[in-house]
Design a protein around this ligand. Structure first.
Ligand code: NAD
Length: 355
């Protein structure tokens, strides 16, 4: 990107990164004035939450293991009751985007500060964005009050992330970076972060696929996820995220897998209109082919899904999905066209090579 004119708005949060960095959780809670901390997690990650309560010592007042995918409002309401009953004055969320989403929903409703400790590469911890579901509808909003006050990235907590989750989560993060490269409010700093993010995560995914406990791979993945989350939190989303929000929100497809499959096709859709962004993706992936082909090849190489048909989508839903996607479009460098989007979804359904 040529830095001719742009606006750059820094995110106002604090990041602590490194192996073993959860040892700092008590000091970080103290910095925020937290004295009565509720720790959030999913049912699957209560052990990780217990580790955090041990580090918090007397400041921990309990664990709330209610977090589930898509941040349902009824779950948030029950967790608000937990916070009130325990008179909590701070929240620590340990887990993936679902747990951090619950923390954001609680924080924005109660004004309590949140420390986010991500254990996937989804990037939610770095964004002032909250997606919530109610009566089967997903709504997304941005508000500076949603951004967690502090994020602790501890590589050690990601060592056991299963391979299937690691690779789709990594591709989810790459998707944030790719869209940031052609966002209407993009800027040179975000472009640098985005390219570095794609480079780091692509290398990391190949290392983790060879050896899931490769320390360098895990470090690069978390570093790239931080950069990708910063990109997503700083600039607007476009056609790729719109398609994934439609497929996830209305057809209940799994979040990270949907991002993984759609990314090459959304990239191919806009490619001609954003050549500088495509050049950055190609450089980061070190591919001689197109950016879209490079992204799909990466997914194939790391054993990630490449067809909507394999993650629960049905062919008879494709027309409706195209209609929903164009009904309320996000900004895109190439206009949303119902027929073209239907063709894109058809290719993503069968896994045809993106062009
Ligand atoms: P997730 O949080 O739903 O986690 C998936 C599963 O993996 C859960 O059972 C979790 O407990 C488990 N898990 C997480 N880390 C683990 C680890 N290290 N080891 C073993 N198991 C682990 O999945 P996700 O992809 O991180 O998040 C998806 C959600 O995040 C979606 O609801 C999405 O909308 C949201 N999201 C929001 C933003 C935002 O900016 N608002 C950004 C990205 C994702």
């Amino acid at each position: 990107m040529t830095p001719e004119s742009f606006v750059f708005q820094a995110l106002s949060n604090r990041v602590v990164f490194g192996a073993g960095s959860i040892l700092n959780v008590k000091a970080e809670a103290d910095r925020l004035g937290m004295r009565r901390v509720l720790v959030l997690c999913t049912k699957q990650q209560t052990e990780a939450a217990e580790l955090i309560t041990n580090h918090l010592g007397d400041a921990a007042i309990g664990i709330c293991a209610r977090a589930v995918m898509h941040t349902p409002v009824e779950v948030t309401k029950a967790a608000v009751e937990d916070l009130r009953a325990l008179q909590a004055d701070g929240i620590v969320s340990i887990g993936g985007g679902s747990t951090i989403g619950l923390g954001k929903a609680l924080s924005v409703r109660t004004g309590l500060p949140q420390i986010a400790i991500p254990t996937t590469y989804a990037g939610s911890e770095m964004t002032p964005i909250l997606g919530e579901t109610e009566d089967g509808t997903k709504t997304t909003r941005r508000d500076p009050a949603i951004l967690p006050a502090t994020t602790i990235y501890d590589v050690d907590l990601t060592m056991e992330l299963p391979h299937s989750l690691s690779v789709t989560s990594g591709m989810n993060a790459i998707a944030h970076a790719v869209e940031a490269l052609y966002a209407p409010d993009g800027n040179p700093i975000i472009a640098l972060m985005a390219e570095e993010s794609i480079r780091s995560i692509a290398s990391a995914m190949r290392l983790i696929t060879q050896h899931p406990k490769n320390t360098e791979g895990r470090r690069l993945a978390l570093y790239g996820a931080w950069l990708a989350g910063t990109c997503l939190g700083s600039v607007s989303m476009s056609i790729h995220h719109k398609l994934c929000h439609t497929l996830g929100g209305s057809f209940d497809l799994p979040h990270a897998e949907t991002h993984t499959i759609i990314l090459p096709y959304a990239t191919a859709y806009v490619a001609e209109t954003v050549p500088e962004a495509m050049a950055a993706v190609r450089r980061a992936l070190k591919t001689g082919g197109s950016a879209a082909e490079g992204l799909q090849q990466l997914a194939i190489d790391i054993g990630a899904p490449t067809r909507l048909a394999e993650i629960g989508m049905r062919e008879e839903w494709l027309d409706r999905a195209a209609e929903l996607a164009v009904a309320n479009p996000y900004w895109a460098p190439k206009p949303f066209d119902r027929q073209a989007i239907r063709t894109l979804l058809g290719k993503a359904f069968s896994g045809e090579r993106p062009r």
